[in-house]
Design a protein around this ligand. Sequence first.
Ligand code: ADP
Ligand code: MG
Length: 745
Amino acid sequence: MVKETIRVYARVKPLGRRQQAGSYSVDNEEPLPSLEITVPRDLGDGFINNKRESYKFKFQKIFDQEAKQDVIFDSIAKPVAECVLAGYNGTIFAYGQTGSGKTFTVTGGAERYSDRGIIPRTLSYIFDQLQKDSSKVYTTHVSYLEIYNECGYDLLDPRHEASRMEDLPKVTIMEDSDQNIHLKNLSLQQATNEEEALNLLFLGDTNRMIAETPMNQASSRSHCIFTIHISSKEPGSATIRRSKLHLVDLAGSERVAKTGIGGQLLTEAKYINLSLHYLEQVIIALAEKNRSHIPYRNSMMTSVLRDSLGGNCMTTMIAMLAMDKRNIGESISTCRFAQRVALIKNEAVLNEEIDPRLMIVQLKKEIQDLKDELALVTGKQRTSELSQEELLQLDELIETFLKDNDPDSSLDVGADMRKIKYSFVHMKQIINHPMTSGNKLLSQDISEEKNSNEELEKLKGLLQQRDNEINILVTMLKKEKKKARDALSQFNASSAGSTALEQSPSMSLEENQSPSKCFSLKEAKVLSSSIPRLPFLSRATGGEMSLGCQEAFEVFKRDHADSITIEDNKQLLKQRFDEAKCLGEKLNEVRNKINHLKGKVIQRQIQRAAQAVSNPSEELTFDPVEENLRMQIEEEKKSYKTVYSRFKGLKVEIEHLQLLMEKVKMKLQKDFEIWWAEEAKKFQQEKSEMVTSPNTVTVYPHFTRSSQHLSPISFSDTNRDSPNEDPAVKKNSVTFGNPTLKTSN
Ligand code: ADP
Ligand code: MG
């Protein structure tokens, strides 16, 4: 049994360029490293400030601004990963306000390979270790849970691609008779190697990003728990050892009433996130001696982490701190929370259990015993199926019940779970399929009318979207036109007198638009062609992107800051590919050399054997030539090994880079979707304002020609009620509420 307190570390985020540094000092000397934060006394409001000026907090270790990700992994995560490999449970959670670097520390930055965080590094480490140990059979699974507003979502649910988060089945908590927590609807995906596990991590992160909308900035308000489950068994043994490692990116810990330095700094304001408040309550309760009741059940997160906070677990917390002046207050809160966490003592025990097959045999016997007992009490042998006769009886009962207009009537099928279940199923059928179930409560007329109303609503919506789309494009075109005009006038100013390029400032739209279009399309191709698409990222789209929307996307992409990152990574990737190719060639070369040397050794042995036959007096003694060849072979083998391990490392890096690029690309698409939806909303508002002032004329007739690919209906209000039936137009429709995009490969 391992007994120790929760380890608490602090990491200070590097200051931003425009941020003013707060005053703090780090003392990492033994025995207890400490962080001291000084708060200036100036209040400016005339009150005398009696509050303390400087605060000192103790940590296991403090990582200052320049600490790199590999150091963080080695000092914080590796010891926990080792415990998990030995069969204990482990948890690492990052706590701090939004923007303090939690996601950067747990998952990693989206740009550089060296910025990868604790999760990818831990996966790499764990799979490396498992591969080295051949004494046991290991199975590894991962799960990825997001908790938002007390609801759990499975980030690895494959249905994410097609549906919104809210439509997926919620993850719920179940407790068995031993008070163990089970999570219903959270999938455990098997990952047999690092690459598979990394793909799952990226799938989850991408799903998280897609689910986020501007209204719901889920990432700062949700908790994400990435869990690695390992089970091991020695061959022939019935004992299975299971352990899990939770890597938790908590919601932002900022408080509602954000006050300046001094003033109400030490007053406890309300948490934005109630579940963090409950986490704190659990932690306080755990730290108190002789507390028998721990309020785990108050929130989903504390329930999920129940066996990972107080109980059987190696727990580590990283307090994330932003030390610029504006955030010192929040950082002090984070440190105070950390100090409370550091008081908890944990007892980690090995998780061993009996083989489930033995368990099944036992349980089957128990069931049979119970059935026998039941038969004895009721005098009836009970099978799992209801008889035909019983079913008919039930149908009749249900029908009478449904037809009975008396509000007090009830349906009594007896104390038999099978019958109760059947009744519910039967009624569900009647409700869902009234026609086939023989219930003609709903007349056909009603449903037809409903259908046509729905159709009308749909078409109206479509018209609305088309209208918005054109408006956005028109604005974009205007901007492009302005840009070109500015560029031209600049050019004209610099080359005054040159007549060749002088043109009227009112360039036609076509002339104006085409160069930028050519450029962006070409560029877009370059951008996307370099990225191999992963199967999980090809989202099942509800509708294709319309030409207009595509074009807007191309321009958006060209101007987006992330395209630089993509470009940089693309270069890096190319370099890495070249390096890998070189190393591959080198490996082949070395292999050939080894084979060649081996051939020589054999030749030499044959020669010497022949000599021995023809001249038996000469004894077969040590042969320096052969020895020399063997030494050369060993040398080559060594160099093969080094080159090979470099080659392997490069492969992992390449895969990671590819995933990063996918992620940045997804983000770009998402940013576009948000922008697009916002633009649409803006035009919607403008339009409704225009309706109230009928004198305003806002039609851009001269743009019509360049927007030929768009349905002209949106330009004239008179056509509103005759929906365009052109199938091509239909195909190109875009849904504004939840636009889905497809990128060319
Ligand atoms: P949080 O998840 O706590 O809201 P993030 O991890 O998203 O915060 O960090 C906010 C920003 O700061 C991100 O752009 C991230 O890349 C950057 N950042 C955080 N920590 C570091 C660090 N140690 N080094 C470099 N950049 C960092
Ligand atoms: Mg975050």
